[in-house]
Every structure is written in structure tokens, then in C-alpha cells.
Design a binder for this molecule. Structure first.
Ligand code: SAM
Length: 425
């Protein structure tokens, strides 16, 4: 595993896109990242690219193996038990068919990904037809990516988007109203943009918006949906077939979703929307360049969340705002050989204030879901933290240098719109 600094510009049809993709990872205990020669970087980058392409191609075999296992288990039951439920095997066959269909969509995504980066070619596979086995880890990532289509680009994801994206979008509109600002000049960055819907919605309102994403799983998929899917609800996925437990009805497992629920190409011609590939902290180092940074379910993806806070502080213009919604489900917790600092929200808040951020809005209990299967017998609710913090227009407090400010101001006093758990969001 490595950190790449190669530039990989991903060209979007609707807006020119520049960016960087880093196959991040690797032992990360020190601040210094491993440095490789440019040739080694390029080799590792290619290897990572093809590993993810392989995962997309292997999906069907992986799911068919799960289905076969389920068939074997059922067929090992006493015959009189099997006879009680004559539909079980046909339901399993149906799951197999749904997996075949998902594979067709994944093939289309792969097909459109091979040359998606304008400044980066990944060569050709020696034996392009050969399907190579993938790890369970990569298969899990791929299944999560399939569920991400529900969240971002299906009608079934509307309620979830309302709970996660709407508060952020409304805040942007409150802070930068179109009757007071030329919104096309208000720059909004969405790090960890996933399949791009939040960034797209912000651009749809006329703001200059850039999504940033690191994962090839997400980048391949967002490229496909944003650039190749014009017809509303023309495509189908079966996102729940991988869930064999907690189904009330067999048909719940094989129910489809359609996407995209809107035409992603319907942005106005002068919309300024782009996606940039790469590691947020590596790509964004231009100081004072953004009016707004909007993070949704993102800050817990950090090895060191303070690095994100520091980067956001640096790249915001004086007077710029950071809007955040999400939990703290630290992605690297318990991962071998990975640095992971699991700070509480209280600690992050202290650090933000010490950097100099002014807390303008703070809600410690915003209930949301994330790629929820709304028919499952097991459903998770995230009790998210939401905040809006501002980098002051005139910098007085920086890097904890003004301790008095922190000590003299109890948290609530700095939060004019602090609201308790019972407050409507
Ligand atoms: C939990 S997902 C949230 C996606 C999206 N914001 C949403 O709300 O649906 C976190 C995203 O951040 C991306 N990510 C993680 N580390 C990143 C980094 N260092 N730079 C850019 N993106 C990153 C992941 O690939 C993933 O797509």
C-alpha cells in the first residue's frame, strides 16, 4: 500500500476536472509518508487501479459463490424440511439473476473508467478477459458502493438525503443567499464526495462546487453516473441481495432500485461543477482559496482528524465557513498498521476552537441513516453532530495561541444557535 502523488485528472463531460488520485494506505505511524521513486509510484498506482477494476469484474463470481453455499446449506437439510419450503431454491436462483444484472452495470462502469483520467493512463491488462479473484475487503467495498447508489441517486434515497444533505444545503443558502451574493463566485468544496450528489445539488443551485474523492470505487461509479446516465430511472440495481439476514420477506432481498432519479446532465450550461480525484490533505494545500467547505460523513475517514481540521482551516478564506454533519465512526480504528486517533467530538471541538474557528451553529443530535435498507429488521441510526464554524475574517486566534479566549468562553456561549437534542433540525 502506498501514497501516490501522481496527478490523475478525471475529465467530466459537463465541466473540466482536474485532480489527483492517491492509492492511500500503508504504514502510517509517522507524519512523513513513505516516498517512492516516480517509477515506483506509477507502478503502485497502476497496480491499485487494476486491483479495483478486478474487483468490479469479480463481483458476480463472488455473489454466485455465496448463493451456491446457501443452496448447499438448504439442500443439506432433511428432505421433509426442504419440502416445507418449495420456494427457497427459486428465491436463491433469483438472487443469482440479480447478481448477473448488477454485474452488467458494473461492467458498464468499468468500461467507462479505463480512460477516465485525462492525464493518466493505466496501460492494458496482459489478459483482459481473465477474471482475477478479489479480497473480501474489496468485495465489501464494492457492495457498499452499490448501496451508495441508493443514497445518492435513487428515489428511495430521498429521505436519507433530506436528513443528511438538506441541512448542509440550506445552511449554504442561508450563509450565501442569492439575493446578496453572486453565487457563481461562491466556492464550495465537498471533500469525500462519494457518488457526488451533495456536490451536484450545490452546483445545481448555482454555486461553484467541487467534489473531492479518493476511492477508485467511488470515482469510477460517480464518473459513470454523472457522465453516462442521462435517462431518468433507466438503470436498475439490486443493492440488497448481499444481505441474507434480517429479511422479513424473501422478495425484500431482491427488490430493485432505479437510478438516476434525476438527470445528472441537467445542470445549466454555466454551472461550475467538478470532481477532483485524490487524498483531500494532499490535493488541497492552496491557502485561503475556498468560501465554504462542506463535509458529510467524512471527518471520521481521517487517520488523524486534526489533519483535516488543519487543512480546512488553511484552505478557507478569512471569513469562510466549514459545515459538517456526520458521526465519528473512525474508519481506521482497529486496522493493523494504520495510524488511527479516535478523538471524541468534545476533543475535536476544543481543537477547532484552538485553531481559531468560531462556532456559529452546533447541534449535537441530528439523527440520520447511511445507505439504509429500510425494510431490514436491523437498522442503524447515527446520532450525528452538526456544526457550522467560521474562520474569522480578521484572524486573532491561531493554533491555540490565544488560550484566554478559549478559557474565558464556555462552549455554549460561543454557540449562538446551539440547540439541544429535542430541537427540530
Ligand atoms: C462515509 S463516505 C461519505 C460519502 C458522502 N460524503 C456521503 O455522505 O454519502 C466517506 C467518503 O470519503 C472518502 N474519503 C476517505 N478518505 C478520503 C481522503 N483522504 N480524501 C478524499 N476522500 C476520502 C471515501 O472514499 C468515501 O467515499
Amino acid at each position: 500500500m502506498h501514497v501516490s502523488r501522481d496527478l490523475a485528472h478525471y475529465q467530466q463531460d459537463m465541466a473540466e476536472t482536474t485532480g489527483q488520485e492517491g492509492a492511500k494506505g500503508g504504514p502510517h505511524y509517522t507524519k512523513e509518508r513513505l516516498k517512492y521513486s516516480p517509477e515506483e509510484e506509477a507502478r503502485l498506482e497502476r497496480k491499485h487501479f487494476w486491483r479495483i477494476i478486478d474487483a468490479f469484474r469479480y463481483y458476480r463470481i463472488h455473489v454466485q459463490e455465496q448463493v451456491k453455499r446457501a443452496e448447499r446449506q438448504f439442500q443439506s437439510l432433511p428432505q421433509h424440511h426442504q419440502d416445507l419450503l418449495p420456494d427457497v431454491l427459486s428465491n436463491l436462483a433469483r438472487i443469482g439473476q440479480c447478481a448477473d444484472h448488477n454485474q452488467e452495470v458494473l461492467q458498464a462502469i468499468v468500461h467507462n473508467s479505463l480512460h477516465m483520467f485525462e492525464n493518466m493512463e493505466y496501460g492494458e491488462r496482459e489478459d483482459p478477459r481473465k477474471i482475477r479473484p478479489s479480497s473480501t475487503f474489496d468485495m465489501d467495498k464494492l457492495k457498499s458502493t452499490i448501496k451508495q447508489f441508493v443514497r445518492d441517486w435513487s428515489e428511495s434515497g430521498q429521505a436519507e438525503r433530506d436528513s443528511c444533505y438538506k441541512p448542509i444545503i440550506q445552511e449554504i443558502q442561508r450563509l450565501f443567499p442569492s439575493d446578496q451574493y453572486d453565487v457563481s463566485k461562491v466556492s464550495v468544496l465537498v471533500p469525500g464526495a462519494g457518488l457526488g450528489r451533495l456536490a451536484w445539488e450545490i452546483a445545481r443551485l448555482g454555486y461553484m462546487c467541487q467534489g473531492n474523492e479518493w476511492s477508485f470505487f467511488m470515482l469510477f461509479s460517480s464518473n459513470f453516473v454523472l457522465n453516462r446516465c442521462e435517462k431518468v430511472n433507466a438503470l436498475t440495481l439490486y443493492p440488497w441481495i448481499h444481505q441474507f439476514s434480517n429479511n422479513k420477506r424473501s422478495s425484500d432481498q431482491t427488490r430493485p432500485i432505479r437510478f438516476p432519479d434525476v438527470n445528472p446532465q441537467s445542470l445549466s450550461l454555466n454551472a461550475d461543477f467538478s470532481m477532483v480525484a485524490g487524498d483531500f490533505v494532499e490535493v488541497y494545500n492552496e491557502p485561503e482559496s475556498w468560501d465554504c467547505v462542506a463535509t458529510c460523513f467524512f471527518i471520521d475517514t481521517a487517520h488523524n482528524v486534526l489533519e483535516y481540521v488543519e487543512t480546512i482551516w488553511k484552505i478557507l478564506k478569512p471569513g469562510g465557513v466549514w459545515i459538517n454533519l456526520g458521526p465519528l465512526l473512525y474508519h481506521f480504528e482497529n486496522m493493523a498498521n494504520e495510524l488511527s486517533v479516535e478523538l471524541s467530538y468534545e476533543d475535536i471541538r476544543t481543537a477547532m476552537v484552538r485553531f481559531g474557528f468560531h462556532i456559529e451553529v452546533e447541534k449535537e443530535s441530528m439523527q440520520t441513516t447511511y445507505t439504509e435498507n429500510d425494510r431490514s429488521m436491523l437498522r442503524y441510526v447515527y446520532d450525528c453532530v452538526y456544526f457550522v464554524v467560521r474562520k474569522p475574517a480578521e484572524l486573532q486566534y491561531f493554533n491555540g495561541q490565544n488560550e484566554d479566549h478559549l478559557q474565558n468562553s464556555p462552549p455554549a456561549a460561543k454557540s449562538p444557535r446551539r440547540e439541544g437534542p429535542d430541537s427540530p433540525t
